[in-house]
Design a protein around this ligand. Structure first.
Ligand code: MTE
Length: 400
């Protein structure tokens, strides 16, 4: 029995850290087959410890505080958050900073567990812009950060981290306090009953089971803010990192915006391809995302290790929500028609003759964003194995 035994979980999910805590991703093809929106059943989960148990009847009374460097600190319950504020709905992709870490661990073991490329999922999130709640508390002069703390009890205290107050107050950053996911109450694994959702940044900043928002002068001093979600310089070994705290307290190495990334879902890695008619077309397919609200502007595929590239077609499913305009969706108002940023993954496809594909030893994909941030050829190893985004490679086997 584990602390989460009360929770039903989908058997298709791949467990990455044994029985407990629950850290899972779906098989990449299953995730991809779900399309633009991921069902709560297959949405990746990253839990540092036990899931707080909250009964449905307790949801309206769930309280959280807004405190710290503010003129009017207050506590608010979920009933008030829903009744006193306009509810909005946004499609947002969350990505764990450890997505694709398995490839780093294969080169050299990092301190993190091996995520495949399915540590990413998308949902329609309903809630209230964080800025509206924080504005009511009136941040004082000198306030620069918003620290967020969850209710999960962990060996080093509650899970917590921080982001800049400037970002939170910027409507183009789209940071929200969410209580619904695809029109349902949040599932326990995803923060029931209330969580932060921060688009374009690593999932680790989107605090689940939210209990406190603390406005501060300095970044969070929470253990998980300092010892997690960082890319230390590549020469820092696990021993160096364990022996010298100054590597961790250097805020320059903390990660916020995601980096540009992509993956190939079809064919699957190590798939056996029946050739049949070599002229027939095979449609390669996969996903891509950018960081910090930047749009992916191209996805390129090479069959000859980067000598020549082909341009894939991209479907920006997010834009269909923008074109739909303001409307009621999942108990909130869809509110992205004037949103210039891109907060979701996109899907790409490319037709290739089966014979040509099967003749290639391997296939690589790379994406580029609107600021020309392109996935690098080589990986950047670091002690926590985060933000891994080199060209995505699959090997296929020819079957006569
Ligand atoms: N919030 C709390 N309270 N506890 C956690 O363990 N994990 C973080 C973040 N928020 C975490 C948390 C990490 S590392 C990620 S990637 C996302 O939640 C994952 O969100 P999900 O499980 O809903 O996909």
């Amino acid at each position: 029995k584990t602390p989460d035994s009360w929770l039903p979980r989908d058997p298709r999910l791949i467990r990455l850290t044994g029985a407990h805590p629950f850290n899972v991703e779906a098989p990449l093809t299953d995730l991809f087959d779900e399309g633009f929106l991921t069902s709560p059943e297959l949405f990746y989960v990253r839990n540092h410890g036990p899931v707080p148990q909250v009964q449905d009847e307790e949801i309206p009374d769930w309280e959280f505080s807004v405190e710290g460097l503010v003129e009017h600190p207050f506590t608010l319950n979920l009933r008030q958050l829903i009744e006193d504020y306009e509810q909005r709905t946004y499609p947002i992709t969350l990505v764990c900073a450890g997505n694709r870490r398995k490839e780093q661990n294969a080169v050299r073991k990092s301190k993190g567990f091996s995520w495949g490329p399915a540590g990413v999922s998308t949902a329609l999130w309903t809630g209230v812009p964080m800025a509206e709640v924080i504005r009511k508390a009136k941040p004082k002069r000198g306030a620069r950060f918003v620290c967020m703390e969850g209710a999960d009890e962990l060996p080093n205290g509650n899970y917590g981290t921080s982001v800049k107050l400037n970002w939170v107050m910027d409507p183009n950053k789209g940071m929200i306090l969410a209580h619904r996911m695809n029109g349902e109450v949040l599932r326990p694994d995803h923060g029931k009953p209330l969580r932060v959702v921060i688009p374009g940044q690593i999932g680790g900043r989107s605090v689940k089971w939210l209990k406190r928002l603390i406005i501060t002068k300095d970044p969070s001093d929470n253990w998980y803010h300092i010892y997690d979600n960082r890319v230390l310089p590549t020469m820092v070994s696990p021993d160096d990192a364990a022996n010298d705290k100054s590597w961790w307290t250097d805020e320059r190495y903390a990660i916020y915006d995601l980096n540009t990334n992509s993956a190939i879902a079809y064919p699957a890695h190590d798939e056996r391809l029946k050739i049949g008619e070599p002229e027939a077309t095979y449609t390669l397919r996969g996903y891509a995302y950018g960081g910090g609200g930047r749009r992916v502007t191209r996805v390129e595929i090479t069959l000859d290790k980067g000598k020549t590239w082909r341009l894939a077609d991209i479907d920006y499913a997010e834009d269909r929500y923008k074109e739909a305009g303001r409307q009621k969706l999942c108990d909130g108002t869809l509110d992205i028609e004037n949103q210039e940023a891109s907060f979701c993954w996109c899907f790409w496809r490319l037709d290739i003759a089966v014979g040509e594909l099967a003749a290639a030893a391997d296939v690589f994909a790379r994406a580029m964003d609107e600021s020309m941030n392109v996935q690098p050829r080589d990986l950047y190893w670091s002690v926590l194995g985060m933000m891994n985004n080199p060209w995505f490679r699959i090997v296929i086997h020819r079957e006569e």
